[in-house]
Write a protein that binds this ligand. Structure first.
Ligand SMILES: [Zn+2]
Length: 280
């Protein structure tokens, strides 16, 4: 067989089998559930009353479900609506014990905001929520992301956090440490849905990748995109900085599925060493 023909035969298989993120059926993880042949119409899928992303992989529909960090272990279910009928598909979530992290923040107002700060924080909430509640009905072809910054992975997702010894929300993203000014690039195609300067997040960009898959980039020194702009994988979004609640320059990277923060590393093949089989 000649080389070109062999390449043509291999390439589609590679792209079809690589479209799903790594499955990790734990709080803060992702579950991929096969729904049936793409010969049937695309179903609408819900988890805890929130729309779930579906995509085509190897001629099958798959639901890609974000599991909240607060989820209980044990059995959960999605509702699958096709042609007026609703069926339920169950799956199991197992425990993951995320380590604790103790951080000292010098700026005390970043741990215990004063009344003016609290006013600012609540005034920022609607814009952030609007970005996170975005749902665009469009086919999502690939859920494989590149790393948005070249740097050291400094804090993984899910750490139980203590700021100045006070228990706070768990770490909702993946931190990549790099010097101020290092380029941040889009890990996948999408649209800029919001940019802003927020109290905790600092200079921020949110991208919509379709069907509730949203990514966020925090603490930037500089933003180089505008809301409404279409980006490709690799488009520069801005630069690493230390704005907002930080101990040093880094990118805090969030990824959301069905309005749920999940571990961004599951979308990056170089960080998720093994592929796992979807559960049924
Ligand atoms: Zn972070």
């Amino acid at each position: 067989m000649n080389k070109l023909l062999l390449t043509l035969l291999l390439v589609p298989q590679i792209s079809l089998s690589s479209a799903l993120p790594k499955q990790l059926a734990v709080p803060g993880g992702i579950v991929n559930i096969e729904l049936g042949s793409v010969e049937t119409p695309a179903p609408e899928v819900f988890f805890q009353d929130k729309r779930v992303l579906i995509l085509e992989n190897d001629h099958r529909w798959f639901a890609v479900i974000g599991i909240p960090l607060t989820s209980k272990t044990g059995q959960h279910a999605i509702q699958v609506k096709t042609e007026g009928k609703t069926t339920e598909l169950a799956f199991d979530i197992v425990d993951k014990d995320y380590p604790a992290q103790y951080i000292t923040i010098k700026n005390k107002r970043m741990v215990n905001p004063n009344p003016d700060d609290l006013k600012r924080i609540s005034s920022e909430r609607p814009a952030i929520n609007k970005a996170l509640n975005t749902w665009t009905e469009q086919p999502v072809e690939d859920l494989l992301f590149s790393l948005p910054v070249k740097g050291r992975l400094s804090s993984p997702f899910g750490l139980k956090r203590f700021f100045n010894n006070q228990p706070k929300n768990p770490h909702s993203g993946l931190d990549i440490a790099a010097s101020t000014g290092t380029a941040i690039s889009a890990p996948a195609p999408g649209m800029v849905i919001n940019t802003g300067s927020y109290y905790y997040n600092g200079n921020t960009v949110f991208l919509d990748h379709g069907q509730g898959l949203i990514s966020g980039y925090f603490h930037m020194s500089k933003i180089t995109v505008k809301a409404g702009q279409i980006v490709e994988q690799g488009t520069k979004l801005g630069e690493v900085g230390e704005t907002g609640r930080v101990t040093g320059p880094h990118l805090h990277w969030n990824v959301y599925l069905n309005k749920t923060k999940v571990d961004p590393a599951l979308f990056v093949p170089e960080l998720s060493e093994t592929k796992t089989e979807p559960v049924q």
